[in-house]
Design a protein around this ligand. Structure first.
Ligand code: NDP
Length: 494
């Protein structure tokens, strides 16, 4: 027999088809609380959409450690043989919650590991670098990806204006416009922690670390034309692929690898190893296999477990630390702040965000605090004489050494924004290059000439073939678009 329908207060509902009215023709009586409750709930079904990474797809799974890296870190999640439950959420960056999945955009690759020492979140992307290296530029950058204040449309002019005035973006722009900028599904792409983090070991030695998750499904991508076709048929192609695959028992996997840099090497590398627009060349810092990440369980309720999932780089565990990367430091603040705004003060008490270990804080009250009292209710402040939770000096992080004078450093000085892009460009075969040129030309179509020229000047510094290829593709795109416009005008005149 079906359950009895109730109000949110648990009282049985006698009639869910007809509101309470004064006679057969109305009006509705104000005392129809059940109607009021239903309407009030509907009005509150949305929480603020994420300003970035609004459209997402997620699933649960496990990380299994197959190799021993305990000489670098005391984090228990990395002990050989350890299996840790996790949640992954993939996303596009710019589109709103209803945007089509198969759009050319960077993909978020956010992971929450429910470790035996609390939650460790690694909130990365499918690219190893980013468009800017200074958080002061991040809100402006995102404004160029979102809608124009007057037209309410996306603005290629704004995008290329910002990028051409910010040459540090060139590395990420090249990846975005290459094949890897439009993966077929979330399982056909790599994930990168992107920032430099740190490890520390039992001897208190610190190492800098980069995290990589290499897809075991293989890289697979759409061209712009193929993606337009997919979007014409389904706006939810990623959700269908990820959710549908896991329902069918096809569990996607990634190999977790790390690059390790001894602490003092950071002074020696020709590039700033904490600059988010740079990678660490593999020949200098080879990747080390660590384990296998597998996704094997869909959420039961998308809103509860994926929309309300709250990832933050501030969630680290003993053995894993931060680095001087300025972008990382800003995200440590802004992600937790976003979730307090989006979900509420106690967002980490929600089942999907709650660690699988005990939580003992002295935070008190606040909206929707449903955490129980401390074991001894007299121990509700600290320090106390009632055996309340105590700090554990054993997990103290070794000091992060910093030095220097506080100033607004221009991080463009002495920084090569082109060399690593040249290395990437040289990896592309002829087909990859011609698709890169076409994708850029299509994205640039219609922007003012001076902005296009400034951007082509950056391509020239990467490789003369890069600039020449984009120039040629632009002339084809312009001719094709002009012919298209003429056809449309002729058709309209008939
Ligand atoms: P390597 O030749 O050792 O590494 C090249 C790496 O580039 C590959 O391992 C692969 O990364 C990635 N790659 C290969 N083909 C493509 C492609 N079509 N699109 C995007 N990435 C691709 O040289 P370096 O380590 O010196 O790197 C050279 C350039 O490769 C870098 O400047 C950077 O642009 C790019 N790259 C480097 C990464 C790194 O961590 N060193 C990571 C990703 C890209 P993966 O194995 O991660 O798939």
């Amino acid at each position: 027999m079906a359950d009895i329908l109730t109000t949110t207060a648990g009282a049985p509902v006698a009639d869910n088809q007809n509101s309470l009215t004064a006679g057969p023709r109305g009006p509705v009586l104000l005392e129809d609380y059940k109607l009021l409750e239903k309407l009030a709930h509907q009005n509150r079904e949305r929480i603020p959409e994420r300003v970035v990474h609004a459209k997402g797809w997620g699933a649960f799974g496990t990380l299994t450690i197959t190799n021993d890296i305990t000489k670098y870190t005391i984090a228990k999640v990395f002990e050989p043989g350890t299996k840790t439950e996790l949640l992954a959420r993939f996303s596009t960056v710019a589109g709103e919650a209803g945007a089509a999945d198969a759009e050319r955009d960077v993909r978020g690759f956010a992971l929450k590991f429910y470790t035996s020492q609390g939650n460790w979140d690694l909130v990365g992307n499918n690219t190893p670098v980013f468009f800017v290296r200074d958080p002061l530029k991040f809100p402006d950058f995102i404004h160029t990806q979102k809608r124009h204040p007057k037209t309410n449309m996306r603005s290629p002019t704004a995008m290329w204006d910002f990028w051409s005035l910010s040459p540090e973006s060139l590395h990420q722009v090249t990846i975005l416009m290459s094949d890897r900028g439009l993966p077929k599904t979330p399982t056909n792409m790599n994930g990168y922690g992107s920032h430099t983090y740190s490890f520390w070991n039992a001897a208190g030695e610190r190492y800098w670390v980069k995290f990589h998750f290499k897809t075991l499904q293989g890289h697979s991508y759409y061209t712009n034309a193929e993606a337009a076709d997919v979007i014409g048929k389904s706006r939810e192609s990623y959700q269908a692929a990820l959710f549908g695959g896991i329902e069918k028992g096809e569990f996607p996997k990634w190999e977790l690898q790390v690059q390790i840099m001894p602490e003092l090497d950071a002074h020696k590398t020709p590039y700033n190893p904490f600059d988010l627009t740079k990678v660490w060349p593999h020949t200098d810092y080879p990747v080390i296999d660590v384990g296998i990440l597998e996704l094997n369980r869909n959420a039961e309720n998308y809103f509860n477990e994926i929309e309300q999932a709250a990832f933050s780089p501030s969630n680290v565990v003993p053995g894993i630390g931060f680095s001087p990367d300025k972008m990382l430091q800003a995200r440590i603040f802004s992600y937790a702040d976003a979730h307090r705004h989006r979900i509420g003060t106690h967002y980490e008490a929600l089942p999907v965000n709650r660690p699988h270990t005990a939580v003992h804080t002295y935070h008190k009250d606040g909206a929707l605090n449903f955490r129980p009292n401390p074991t001894n209710p007299d121990a509700y402040y600290e320090p106390n004489s009632f055996n309340g939770p105590r700090e554990d000096p054993a997990v103290a992080e070794p000091p992060l050494k910093i030095s220097g004078d506080a100033a607004h450093y221009n991080h463009r000085d002495g920084n090569d924004d082109y060399g690593q892009v040249t290395a990437l460009f040289n990896l592309f075969d002829a087909g990859q290059k011609s698709r890169l040129f076409l994708n850029i030309a299509e994205a640039m179509y219609g922007i003012p000439d001076d902005i296009a020229e400034r951007q082509i000047g950056h391509f020239e510094k990467v490789h003369p073939d890069y600039a020449a290829g984009v120039r040629e593709a632009l002339s084809h795109v312009t001719k094709a678009q002009a012919a298209d416009t003429a056809r449309q005008q002729a058709a309209a005149a008939e």
